[in-house]
Design a protein around this ligand. Structure first.
Ligand code: 3PG
Length: 305
């Protein structure tokens, strides 16, 4: 069995070494494609592989067409909106993710960006503090839980909305559960997004929600750019000079945000949430183990299609 790690944004070397060790110790063949610049390079690399480890790399039906031996794709990370699940299922290819493995890294970045903007991007001007502010966690999954834990350390008052998580479960984490997304946006000065990008959530952070935000609000996006209705966000930021937007995913309308609201925005130059040695090791090695387990025992835990 040949296992290819195909990562446009490479893992830390220590993680790649660990993945190689797991794959080779099980008697499988290891291959690596990093920082590729064209889809043709990916097509060529997948032509004889049985398993694929990826990050945000797009695995389309065309990529799968070029991989006739492919049996399993593991997204080393949480969001799998970059994989065509229907095409995979049609070809009997198992798709998995590695939930929770990179969540702390993403959460630390969310809080880091909040401090950075609250302190005027460290330019020396007088800023504000996080202590005592209300933080709304939009979706209380693995990342949301870590954000809550860290934010409580900062002395923030934490709220969460998640229709898929029991209220008792949220409250047990010392977080106020609210029963509607509207009430989260009514209540919290900071909103941290942790929803996946899917047909229901795309562009769902729209004018109707954003207009509810209290004064001096900041939207923190370490989820996906697609969940934001960018035209609506630009409109509300035009109407309200007190709203800020910080994101780990550069918006499509980057230039408009930068031209009009330079002091109230921050975008990481390249998506960096999961870009730590620890997260790379956790997610990368989990992906390698899941592939080995699947081939050796048929274990399909974490299958998403
Ligand atoms: C995820 O979904 O796991 C995060 O968005 C991290 O994505 P990345 O592996 O492309 O950095």
């Amino acid at each position: 069995m040949k296992v290819l790690v195909a990562t446009d944004k490479p893992f830390a070397k220590v993680a790649v070494d660990g993945i190689r060790e797991i794959i080779e110790s099980r008697g499988f063949e290891f291959a690596l494609l990093e920082k590729y610049t064209t889809v043709e390079e990916l097509y060529e690399a997948v032509k004889d592989v049985h398993a694929l480890i990826i990050r945000s790399d797009k695995v389309t039906a065309e990529v799968m067409d070029h991989a006739p031996e492919l049996k399993i794709v593991v997204r080393a990370g949480a969001g799998y909106d970059n994989v065509d699940l229907a095409a995979a299922s049609a070809k009997n290819i198992v798709v998995m993710n590695t939930p929770g493995q990179n969540s702390n890294a993403v959460a630390e970045l969310a809080l880091g960006m909040m401090v950075f903007l609250a302190r005027k991007k460290f330019n020396g001007a007088s800023g504000t503090e996080l202590r005592g502010k209300k933080l709304g966690i939009h979706a209380f999954g693995n990342v949301g839980r870590y954000v809550a834990e860290i934010a409580k350390g900062f002395g923030m008052e934490v709220y969460a909305f998640d229709p898929f998580v029991d209220t008792a479960d949220i409250e047990k984490a010392g977080v106020h559960a609210v029963n509607s997304v509207e009430s989260l946006y009514d209540t919290c000065q900071y909103i941290s997004l942790h929803i996946p990008a899917n047909e229901k959530t795309k562009k769902s952070i729209n004018f109707e929600l954003l207009k509810r935000l209290p004064k001096n609000a900041t939207i923190v996006n370490t989820a996906r750019k697609e969940v934001i209705h960018e035209e609506d966000l630009l409109k509300i930021m035009e109407e309200r000079a007190d709203i800020s937007y910080i994101s780990d995913i550069t918006p499509d309308a980057k230039d408009a945000f930068e031209t009009n609201f330079a002091d109230r925005i921050f975008f990481t130059p390249k998506k960096a949430g999961a870009q730590t040695a620890e997260a790379n090791i956790n997610a990368g090695l989990a992906a390698a183990r899941q592939i080995a387990d699947y081939f050796l025992t048929g274990n399909t835990t974490f299958k998403v299609n």
